[in-house]
Design a protein around this ligand. Structure first.
Ligand code: GTP
Length: 228
């Protein structure tokens, strides 16, 4: 297949600086290649892992850049979930979504932004407290946040938009079911040409969590009839 020009191709990447609402612009700090053993088997993947300076929240967000692909790169904006991404927790769908993103984005070319926004921005301990409240009081994931005096979702994607711009990207296809990601990125001037849904990774432990995302936050997850 003919290789389409992509903003991810080395020579075409302009050095860029982008605002995320802080005092200094977000700029690429360093690029380093890390070989990833594909969980699906097959070839080793070799994304460039990009670090940034200037983010206003001071967090160590990273981008995994997989070269090639189309003119409009596929982008996964993934918020950190230690329990799901690292330990394989079945309470959420984060782990399988990250694995899927690595496979899909590596195949199609594109970027995974791994944002250090654990627990939808409330942090790990608070997320575990929210789990405790869900178990003890039977409240859903959003109500548990409210009981802890947080909003339903504390995430701000200005930094994601700034990281994309710093990579020379202002038009994307996003791999997500979350309308808030599309809305916020669009509001930051990123042209979201398409929202590509993720797979549906439902199990007995995360069914209620996924249902709450659909009914309260408008996630586009096609939960099969009878699955709830
Ligand atoms: N506060 C809170 N956070 C949770 C809970 N379960 C998972 N999370 C966090 O929710 C976030 C999920 O982020 P993403 O994988 O980017 O996805 P999303 O907002 O569900 O949207 P998609 O792009 O469709 O996957 C992670 O930061 C998880 O740690 C919970 O019960 N409470």
């Amino acid at each position: 297949m003919e290789h389409m020009p992509s903003p991810l191709d080395g020579d075409q990447r302009p050095p860029a600086a982008a605002e995320d609402g802080g005092d200094s612009p977000v700029v690429v700090r360093r690029r380093v290649t890390i070989p990833l053993l594909s969980k699906a088997g097959g070839a080793t993947l070799n994304p460039e892992v990009v670090t940034f300076s200037g983010s206003s929240d001071g967090q160590e967000h990273i981008a995994l850049v997989f070269g090639g692909g189309t003119e409009v790169p596929l982008v996964r904006v993934h918020s950190e979930c230690l329990t799901g991404d690292v330990f394989g927790s079945a309470r959420c769908d984060c782990g399988p979504q990250l694995d899927e993103a690595i496979e899909t984005v590596s195949r199609q070319g594109g970027v995974i932004l791994y944002l250090r926004q654990e627990g939808r921005g409330i942090g790990l301990y608070n997320k575990l407290d929210a789990y405790f409240l869900q178990d003890e009081l039977g409240v859903d994931t959003f109500e548990a946040n409210r009981r802890l005096n947080f909003s339903d979702d504390e995430r701000d994607y200005r930094v994601a938009a700034a990281m994309l711009r710093a990579l020379g990207i202002d038009r994307i296809r996003i791999l997500s079911n979350n309308p808030d990601k599309v809305e916020q990125l669009t509001g930051c001037g990123i042209d979201v040409a398409e929202a590509v849904p993720t797979g549906v990774f439902v199990n007995d432990a995360n069914r209620k969590y996924l249902m709450a995302k659909v009914t309260t936050a408008g996630h586009q997850v096609e939960l099969m009839e009878g699955a709830l």
